[in-house]
Write a protein that binds this ligand. Structure first.
Ligand code: NAD
Ligand code: UFG
Length: 336
């Protein structure tokens, strides 16, 4: 297939682009480099043995999208482009609705006008809000606690309305749990700008000497050891899940939603210990109060994806940490 990948220079988009190329698909990447470096694409090409087509631009640019989609044989879109930092979204809500909601609306309008009817959208387990019953199934109630989460839920609702209005569309939301890790070559990984918001990239920067100590947010949660519990999924498994979802939904009209998680749960301390094993030394850490807005625990019931997509997350927490460490130690300053 020929696939347009928005945000294909980003962390998850680049690894998925690589897998698409390796599976024999043609890929056209659209990215505005607001959170990515051009060097990523060279590394994707190095690993794939061929280059993805690339256009620098913005998903909110409807004219550009129509040009990219019209008459170029694009059959499907994977839509990764967007902003993703929860705390930033609280301070800059309009930027989040503009990039994430308006960006998706602009993309869907261009797809409608050019006859492209298959979309795989990057959603998030954040749409389950403050749910307390684990594991989370796709039919669990949704709810949101911040503008980022609302932007994802709004796009999901837009997709559902569109699928209901016009049976020609195949629209799929993938609700990611906590993507971590890197390509096993150490050439592609997560390169956060500034202070990392998320646990594993923060630990990685402590391990490589860029940060003094991990702050562990809360040790009084009702969990196995008092620290927050999540469903960490290797980004390689996540990318494989996208290919499986694309294969499933293309030519199968309607609204589709799948959790992409492992169904396993790990505490912050378990992740820290696994990372210490991967990098071979103890890592400085301290306990601080809970971070506002965090849930105690969150993990997926991945049964729907496993049965419908014939996909399952295979890689362990140890492999996530080993691949993250290989990437971080080979690229201490990311792609710079
Ligand atoms: P990322 O920031 O690494 O990738 C996003 C890419 O989109 C970047 O390359 C950025 O330059 C590009 N981009 C942003 N706005 C754009 C715009 N308006 N036009 C064109 N390009 C634009 O993030 P990621 O971790 O790879 O996440 C990809 C998607 O998955 C996002 O939609 C994110 O919300 C979602 N998601 C991520 C996580 C996670 O923990 N990483 C969890 C759940 C969902
Ligand atoms: N944590 C720390 N110290 C840190 C960072 C995180 O103790 O420096 C803890 C958190 O309190 C939480 C766990 O590590 O218990 C995981 O935190 P992350 O920030 O890595 O991940 P979240 O589950 O909070 O959020 C992630 C994404 C969101 C997405 C959500 C659900 O960042 O965008 O998963 O998909 F919405």
């Amino acid at each position: 297939m020929r696939v347009l990948v928005t945000g294909g220079a980003g962390y998850i988009g680049s690894l998925t682009t690589l897998q698409l190329l390796q599976a024999g698909h043609e890929v056209l990447v659209l990215d505005n480099f607001s959170n990515a470096k051009p060097a990523v694409l060279g590394r994707v090409a190095q690993l794939a043995g061929r280059e993805p087509a690339f256009e620098q631009g913005d998903v909110r640019d409807g004219a550009l999208l129509r040009r990219l989609l019209a008459g170029q044989g694009v059959e499907a879109v994977m839509h990764f482009a967007g902003l993703k930092a929860v705390s930033e979204s609280v301070h800059k809500p309009l930027e989040y609705f503009d990039n994430n909601v308006q960006g998706s609306l602009s993309l869907l309008s261009a797809m409608r006008d050019t006859g492209v009817r298959t979309l795989v959208f990057s959603s998030s387990a954040t749409v389950y809000g403050l749910a307390e019953t684990m594991p989370l199934r796709e039919d669990a109630p949704t709810g949101t606690t911040n503008p980022y989460g609302r932007s994802k839920l709004m796009v999901e609702q837009m997709l559902q309305d569109l699928a209901a209005a016009d049976p020609a569309w195949s629209l799929c939301a993938l609700r990611y749990f906590n993507p971590v890790g890197a390509h096993p070559s150490g050439l592609l990984g997560e390169d956060p700008q500034g202070i990392p918001n998320n646990l594993m990239p923060f630990i990685a920067q402590v391990a490589v000497g860029r940060r003094a100590a991990l702050q562990i947010f809360g040790r009084d949660y009702p969990t196995v050891d008092g620290t927050g519990v999540r469903d960490y999924i290797h980004v390689q498994d996540l990318a494989t899940g996208h290919l499986a979802a694309l294969g499933h939904v293309h030519g199968r009209p309607g609204w589709h939603v799948f959790n992409l998680g492992t169904g396993r749960s790990h505490s912050v301390l378990e992740v820290l210990r696994a990372y210490e094993a991967a990098c071979g030394r103890a890592l400085a850490h301290e306990f601080v109060p809970r971070r506002g807005g965090d849930v105690a625990q969150s993990w997926a019931d991945p049964a729907r994806a496993e049965s419908a997509l014939n996909w399952r997350a295979e890689l362990s927490l140890a492999q996530m940490c080993e691949d993250s460490w290989r990437w971080q130690s080979q690229n201490p300053n990311g792609y710079d």
